[in-house]
Design a protein around this ligand. Structure first.
Ligand code: G16
Length: 542
């Protein structure tokens, strides 16, 4: 029986860079999740009789959230609701199912790389029919709806068995539980040369993949160990846990420091990799060589043709504005399109749909392609394995060769986390106010060629996104970008992105932090970071 439940709106349900993210206790407030899910559904035109996919990373509160979501979806007229067994379906796998099953869209129950557990984070994100994150117009409409919602529809029914494959009837809807890995694995087998990668492993290639107690464990075991023959046990933390085993499932040099340390040893793995909570991010570290996400994007763009799925070449490359310009150099040489978008995977969707680009990437450990409409951690790792299986050289030698050919974009990101939100806003405001005067000024001996705030005019749908980060561009091609994160749940996170181009090959092996230190000092001075944040050093350096 469908029940209409009266509710009061919450005022804080505005989605950020990637959906609505809050602490678990916030989502556990009466009707909080239901309000948001109904607000989203109210904005989905044509939902009657349509197919809906529900993804999730198995984090704490997922099992309860799935039951609520299924019952609201059934009461809102969806004919079929598809989700992964036990609620597990990585974000890229959900994107694939949406596309393959011609769903109208999907809800992904995840707060991505944010920590989980009773005091951790939870999140909900809506993806549209192309499999990608809903554009800003949609998320703003859902937010507007959430501010006035006074009732939601929900089925009064016993809980659905989410742990057994198969179909069940939920009033007029069919609920279908699928194997979360099978369709995704089939797609990967089409894109990459599994035989060649198997040969690489047979030859003794040493590989380590940390699923961080999150969603990619089952994908890693099925694909790397079982299908490709990587040694059993090379997938670490392979069982998805509600609190990720206490790990912070963010594959960066802080939260995956153990991988980095192992990779720097003489007997370290040839390739170490990791993914995040919901499986869309990736970390790539070769023996004695960390590969920054920006460099990884460039290497993938330059070598994608070595994988069967991309043998015909790529149409173009897109990157978020704060990502380094390393990929631009590759695109220029290949003579393909290069697009620069704001931070957030949702901005790539139109470009991919229009066939303007094939490969996309972000400095925030996200890389992907036109195979789905999300960034894809396991895909990126398979792409690296495929490239290494063909080129038969170490990651370090591959990077050296790449830099020798294109020059090196030294790059680092400094994060100041959980700072006071008002002070962070003041810092950005003060920077913005000084932008017109900064052009032409010198700071510690470097002249500023241009200072502006990035805005993006979508070439496909003509939508304009403003206030997407402050850029300080120097005459020597180095660059500082300041931006506030849109994915945190406590206070504000200031991100400072530093980039410097070096053409001289004899300097390509220099230590990144040494090279970037002068630029970091300029950033600190320009924005008065210590004054506004009370911090003398960043919390996370990636
Ligand atoms: C999300 C988005 C990404 C974005 C990242 C960083 O990643 O999907 O496109 O680059 O946030 O956002 P911010 O700098 O605003 O924190 P994820 O993995 O959290 O979904």
């Amino acid at each position: 029986m469908i029940r209409i439940i009266a509710t009061n709106p919450y005022s804080d349900q505005r989605p950020g860079t990637s959906g609505l993210r809050k602490k678990v206790p916030v989502f556990q407030q009466p009707h909080y999740l239901a309000n948001f899910v109904q607000s989203v559904f109210d904005c989905v035109e044509g939902r009657q009789g349509a197919i809906l996919v529900v993804g999730g990373d198995g984090r704490y509160f997922n099992r309860e959230a799935i039951q609520i979501t299924l019952k609201i979806a059934a009461a809102n007229g969806f004919a079929r609701i598809i989700f992964g067994r036990s609620g597990f379906l990585s974000t890229p796998a959900a994107s694939n199912v949406i596309r393959q099953r011609k769903a109208i869209g999907g809800l992904v129950l995840s707060a991505s790389h944010n920590p989980g557990g009773p005091d951790g984070d939870f999140g909900v994100k809506f993806n549209i029919a192309n499999g990608g994150p809903a554009p800003e117009g949609f998320t703003e409409a859902a937010y507007a709806r959430s501010k006035v919602i006074d009732a939601y529809r929900i089925l009064e029914a016993p809980d659905v068995d989410i742990d057994s494959l198969g179909e069940t009837q939920l009033q007029d809807s069919v609920v279908e539980v699928i194997d979360p890995v099978a369709d995704y694995q089939a797609l990967m087998e089409k894109l990459f040369d599994f035989d060649r990668i198997r040969e690489l492993f047979r030859g003794g290639f040493r590989f380590s993949f940390d699923a961080m107690g999150a969603i990619t464990g089952p994908y890693g075991v099925a694909i790397f160990e079982k299908a490709l023959g990587a040694p059993a046990g090379c997938v670490l933390n392979a069982v998805p846990l509600p609190d990720f085993g206490g790990h912070h499932p963010d594959p960066n040099l802080v939260h995956a420091a153990h991988l980095y340390n192992a990779a720097m040893r003489a007997d370290g793995p040839d390739l170490s990799a990791a993914s995040d909570g919901d499986g869309d991010r990736n970390l790539i570290i070769g023996k004695s060589c960390f590969v920054s996400p920006s460099d990884s994007l460039a290497v993938i763009a330059a070598n994608a043709h070595l994988a069967p799925g991309y043998a015909g070449g790529i149409a173009g490359v897109a990157r978020s504005m704060p990502t380094s310009g390393a990929a631009d150099r590759v695109a220029r040489k290949l003579g393909v399109n290069m697009c620069e978008t704001p931070t957030g995977w949702k901005f790539f969707g139109n470009l991919l749909d229009a066939g303007m680009v094939t490969i996309c990437g972000e400095e925030s450990a996200g890389t992907g392609s036109s195979h789905v409409r999300e960034k894809d951690g396991v895909w990126a790792i398979l792409m690296w394995l495929n490239i290494l299986a063909v080129r038969r050289m170490s990651v370090l030698d591959l990077m050296r060769a790449h830099w020798a050919e294109y020059g090196r974009n030294f790059y680092v990101r400094h994060d100041y986390e959980e700072i006071d939100a008002d002070r962070a806003a003041d810092l950005m405001k003060s920077l913005r106010a000084r932008l017109p005067a900064l052009t032409g000024q010198s700071i510690q001996g470097s002249r500023i060629a241009k200072a502006d705030e990035f805005e993006y005019l979508d070439p496909v749908d003509g939508s304009l996104s403003s206030n997407q980060g402050v850029r300080i561009l120097f005459e020597d091609e180095s660059r500082i970008v300041f931006r506030l994160s849109g994915t945190g749940t406590v206070g504000a996170t200031l991100r400072v992105y530093l980039e410097m181009f070096e053409a001289d090959q004899s300097r390509h092996g220099l230590d990144v932090s040494d090279v970037m230190a002068p630029l970091a000092a300029k950033a600190s001075l320009l924005a008065d970071i210590p004054g506004y944040t009370g911090r003398s050093a960043p919390d996370v350096v990636t």
